[in-house]
Design a protein around this ligand. Sequence first.
Ligand code: HEC
Ligand code: HEC
Length: 83
Amino acid sequence: MKKHIFYLTLILIVPLTLYILSLKTVVPIPSDDSHAGITEVQGCFECHGDDKEYPRKKTHPPKDQCFNCHKADKKPAATKGYS
Ligand code: HEC
Ligand code: HEC
């Protein structure tokens, strides 16, 4: 019986953990003029490189394949209530 409770707990905890992790949403790439039409990661560093004008936070995840995590914000800004 103890064993059953152990497995049951495990079965419940795994999806719960995944769910909580999925809540840490990645901010989308804004759909403004600065970001329009950039298809190369190299372009991102023009502004978000460490020594550039808008460096990423120190806590930013280390990987440099921006598009793996950041997707373009498809919706035009107007539909989200600001212009
Ligand atoms: C021409 C300069 C420029 C380039 C090139 C650029 N960005 Fe940005 N980016 C900005 C500015 C300015 C902001 C707004 C900064 C702020 O509000 O702190 C911003 C904001 C962002 C944000 C949202 C930050 C937030 O807090 O909402 C993300 C994500 C982002 N950029 C990712 C990218 C990625 C990925 C690329 C490459 C495709 C890229 N940027 C290229 C200037 C640039
Ligand atoms: C492993 C996934 C991942 C990758 C790869 C990634 N990011 Fe991010 N990025 C995040 C997450 C998660 C956040 C939100 C972090 C936070 O709120 O502290 C974020 C936040 C940001 C922000 C706004 C907050 C800040 O740290 O200034 C900018 C700008 C940004 N990323 C730019 C980029 C650029 C440019 C690249 C490519 C060089 C990139 N990101 C690659 C996950 C990623």
